[in-house]
Design a protein around this ligand. Sequence first.
Ligand SMILES: *Cc1c(COP(=O)(O)O)cnc(C)c1O
Length: 217
Amino acid sequence: MTIEENVTALLAELPLGVELVAAAKTRTAMEILEAYRAGIKIIGENYVQEAERSYKAVGNKVKWHFIGHLQKNKVNKAVAIFDMIETIDSAELAHEIDKRCQEIRKIMPVLIEINSGREKQKTGVLPENAEELIRGIASLTNLSVQGLMTMGPFSGNPEDARPYFIVTKKLFDEIASLNIENVTMRYLSMGMTNSYMVALEEGANMVRIGTKIFGER
Ligand SMILES: *Cc1c(COP(=O)(O)O)cnc(C)c1O
């Protein structure tokens, strides 16, 4: 199967209103362009340096989502490229993004990354700390909180991911019901190649898919 065939099949399969993020870590600009020509509108990148390379070749034909762990010293470069940062998990990171966006007069849509599996070594904020984090950064004028993102613990079996998606969707609904000013719960980003169908069943409206589009890494 070619990238084009993979994208065509996926786009035909996803329900209306679900955003498809093509997770492009380790992929070349050529591969990204092939995905774009087949209908991909959003590219997900994990590393700022890799994204800079691809961005030079691909430009603003696509939207760029940051889906990796963002280090503070890379924020300056990241805000120049990305249209959304999906992995906010600390007030410190949010403040740095706000500051750098202020300098270039940009309002950055962001998602809050939830550590739904409560994994010690993992990034993301614990579900019970999400509300406090969101209230703390809601007043940042160059940031626009638009939803939640989660990975969940890795497992070969997609069913294993279901409880983590359920926890995140519940939190998504709870935070939406708080009606916090400058915060919308519009996007729920969860599900990857092996788990996106389960994620969709549990309420995801944004899925991040790499392998099923580009092949094995
Ligand atoms: C790599 C990656 C994906 C996609 O993973 P696949 O299993 O290749 O579909 C999704 N989200 C994040 C954060 C990733 O790093």
